[in-house]
Write a protein that binds this ligand. Structure first.
Ligand code: FES
Ligand code: FES
Length: 154
């Protein structure tokens, strides 16, 4: 069965008629062509599909798009401002915290949520905040270093 939803995605209001069982991940990637949000496990384990919904981090592979009706969604594509990358993205690059990049959009959105909630986290807070996101190639220390730098400059 289909349902019409309206939500704000990266500052733009969008309305679509969608199947009620469509995940937010498929909605973003297939309906809106926002392919920065990745599908890893599809089961809520890897965090590659993380975006913010009304400021909360959400695994979009487990979240029905109809639940986003009337909500504000921020994806990795919405982080840049006036052609400039977000400070978290810049810090990840500076610290070599990206290799293949598959985990990076979800990881960075989780970090954004962490720093929005807690601008000056301890290393333990950071490791806990990243614990829902898996990276198979970079290792986590460079990411922790990048996040510490961003939080120290806040
Ligand atoms: S794809 Fe959603 S948590 Fe892995
Ligand atoms: S940079 Fe490759 S999975 Fe994280």
């Amino acid at each position: 069965m289909k349902q019409t939803i309206t939500c704000v995605v990266n500052g733009n209001t969008v309305t679509r008629e969608i199947e009620q069982n469509m995940t937010l991940l498929r909605f973003l990637r297939d309906e809106l062509q926002l392919t920065g949000t990745k599908e890893g496990c599809g089961e809520g384990d890897c965090g590659a599909c993380t975006v913010l919904v009304d400021g909360l981090s959400v695994n979009t592979c487990l979240y029905l798009a109809v639940l986003a009706d009337g909500k504000e969604i921020l994806t990795i594509e919405g982080l840049e401002q006036n052609g400039e990358m977000h400070v978290i993205q810049e810090a990840f690059i500076r610290h070599g915290a990206i290799q293949c990049g598959f985990c990076s959009p979800g990881m960075i959105m989780s970090v954004k949520h962490l720093l929005d909630e807690n601008p000056h986290p301890t290393e333990e807070d950071i490791r806990r905040g990243m614990s829902g996101n898996l990276c198979r190639c970079t290792g986590y220390q460079q990411m922790v270093d990048a996040i510490m730098e961003v939080s120290e400059n806040k």
